[in-house]
Design a protein around this ligand. Structure first.
Ligand code: MLT
Length: 269
């Protein structure tokens, strides 16, 4: 992996392929290797430059002074904007899974001109309500008391489609356990503070693809449909056989949907 150093953070990232830059942001509590099925796909890397970071506090992107948080979506977004400056990229195709989607929306809020097109995967634009915020704090305390095993045990059943094969379950468990307690707790507290992203999405003039796994236990298909309708140029793809994590669960179908979207909107003619 490559690295970008800025203030208190050494951001680790994959940089694979050539062409239009496409940034993919992982969900919680995963890291960049959850996009292995994209980083190794010639259908995507032949015509696009895939840029896939470990977000602050996840994978190999550990801040030098990890606090208890919160790390707000705006902070993740500021990390990414500094990284894009370093890469010399004025604008990119920006995608994120679930929490990665919240962060993509925060980038759009801070710097809309940096986003050529959006890819929102199993995510939604609403802020937490009071009960949701209380649950986040309880989760953060449980992570601190019991470690990443707590998150693996509590989240795994909700993240994958019931039909997910044993090797995908095992891989997901491993990805969660590879993360660290401080980063996961800080992001959990940060997610509790996020804004309502509906206003910024309703103003986004670029192309936008909303993807959802048909069996997502966290984001029902109807919620994804509402998100696509909110976007002036939104389109929806529902992926059969996938739950909350289509890039990991059904990589071929997900890659096909992404390649088709980019082919129609991002490929120079
Ligand atoms: C994720 O997959 O990133 C999480 O489900 C997001 C959340 O907890 O809201």
């Amino acid at each position: 992996m490559k690295r970008f150093h800025s203030n208190d953070l050494s951001l680790a990232f994959h940089d694979v392929g050539h062409g239009e830059p496409v940034v993919l942001l992982h969900g919680f509590p995963l890291h960049s290797a959850s996009f292995a099925g994209q980083l190794t796909a010639p259908t995507l890397t032949a015509g696009h430059r895939l840029l896939v970071p470990d977000l602050r506090g996840f994978g190999q992107s550990l801040p030098s002074r990890p606090g208890v948080g919160p790390v707000e979506m705006r902070t993740f977004a500021e990390d990414l904007l500094a990284w894009l400056d370093h890469l010399g990229l004025a604008s990119v195709w920006l995608g994120g899974v679930s929490m990665g989607g919240y962060i993509a929306m925060a980038v759009l809020q801070l710097a809309p001109s940096r986003v050529k097109g959006l890819l929102l995967i199993d995510t939604h634009p609403d802020p937490d309500d009071d009960a949701g915020r209380a649950r986040r704090e309880e989760t953060a305390r449980n992570i601190e008391a019991q470690g990443m095993g707590f998150l693996a045990d509590s989240m795994l059943p909700k993240l994958l489609a019931p039909t997910a094969p044993a090797e995908v379950r095992a891989r997901l468990r491993q990805l969660i356990l590879e993360n660290n307690i401080a980063g996961a707790a800080a992001a959990t507290r940060g997610m509790a503070l996020r804004d309502d992203s509906k206003p910024v999405l309703s103003r986004f003039a670029g192309p936008a693809l909303v993807v959802v796994g048909e069996d997502d236990a966290l984001i029902p298909v109807e919620k994804a449909r509402a998100l696509a309708s909110l976007l002036p140029h939104g389109e929806l793809r529902v992926l059969p056989g996938a739950g909350h994590l289509p890039p990991l669960e059904t990589p071929d179908a997900f890659n096909g949907a992404l390649a088709d979207f980019l082919e129609r909107h991002a490929t120079p003619r």
